[in-house]
Write a protein that binds this ligand. Structure first.
Ligand SMILES: Cc1cn([C@H]2C[C@H](O)[C@@H](COP(=O)(O)OP(=O)(O)O[C@H]3O[C@H](C)C(=O)[C@H](O)[C@H]3O)O2)c(=O)[nH]c1=O
Length: 207
């Protein structure tokens, strides 16, 4: 398993080593020792799976508030997603900024999103399956969200004029500025810069 980091401190890209033969491909997709070597003392206690049938389904931006914040190790087994993680750590220099990466059935990429980040994704194909382990149990009382299209976040979902498919909950999530008294304007300015510099991972990891 190779891993690399991003321009925003915290998230980690894991790339499994794939063993190919005439039957197909095998890879170890999770090893606790390798995960802990990269991430530290984190235990993953629950695994979730979602299947999104329409292309351009957007799930997010979601997080659990303290003390039940969740880290998430996200991967795709069928289809592809544009995965987004937004830094909501109050004392972070990159508060309000995000990373964007494609996870797909072809690249077998896995994204670690630490507690303190909001997570969301857009499906890039129909019938996309996302599987992810989390570092704390689901707590509906701590379930929070931010508007997927919050203008201060400057997330380019690359919809190109198409309408996303959203849950009723996600149609009505608050903006960042309604949730945090932190200097969202500074974050928005940084995001404007990031939009041109794209907040993608800097990994040179090939397949
Ligand atoms: C997250 C979760 C949900 N549920 C129930 C609650 C609802 O009855 C149903 C669908 O929940 P929701 O609409 O919140 O599912 P998503 O829109 O896929 O939300 C998830 O997608 C984004 C991208 C995330 O990162 C979060 O893990 C999570 O918020 O499953 C559970 O029973 N357990 C759970 O852990």
């Amino acid at each position: 398993m190779e891993f690399d980091r991003f321009d925003i401190d915290g998230p980690v890209l894991f790339v499994p080593n794939r063993h190919r033969d005439p039957r197909g491909t095998f890879a170890e997709t999770f090893r606790e020792d390798e995960f802990r070597a990269a991430i530290g003392d984190v235990t993953l206690v629950q695994e979730n799976q979602s299947i999104s049938k329409p292309v351009n389904t957007i799930r997010g931006l979601h997080y659990q508030s303290e003390p039940r914040a969740q880290g998430k190790l996200v991967r795709v087994t069928t289809g592809a997603i544009m995965d987004i993680a937004v830094d909501l750590r109050p004392h972070s220099q990159t508060f309000g900024q995000h990373i964007k990466i494609e996870l797909s059935e072809e690249n077998w990429y896995q994204l670690w999103i630490p507690p303190g980040f909001a997570h969301g994704f857009r499906t890039m194909r129909p019938d996309t399956t996302v599987i992810y382990k989390v570092s704390d149990y689901y707590s509906p009382e701590h379930d929070r969200g931010i508007a997927w299209n919050d203008p201060d976040l400057h997330i380019d979902w690359e919809l190109y004029g198409q309408q996303p498919v959203l849950s009723e909950k996600d149609k009505d999530q608050p903006a960042l500025v309604e949730l945090f008294s932190i200097d969202v304007a500074r974050a928005a300015e940084a995001n404007r810069a990031m939009v041109h510099g794209i907040g993608r991972y800097r990994a040179s990891t090939g397949d």
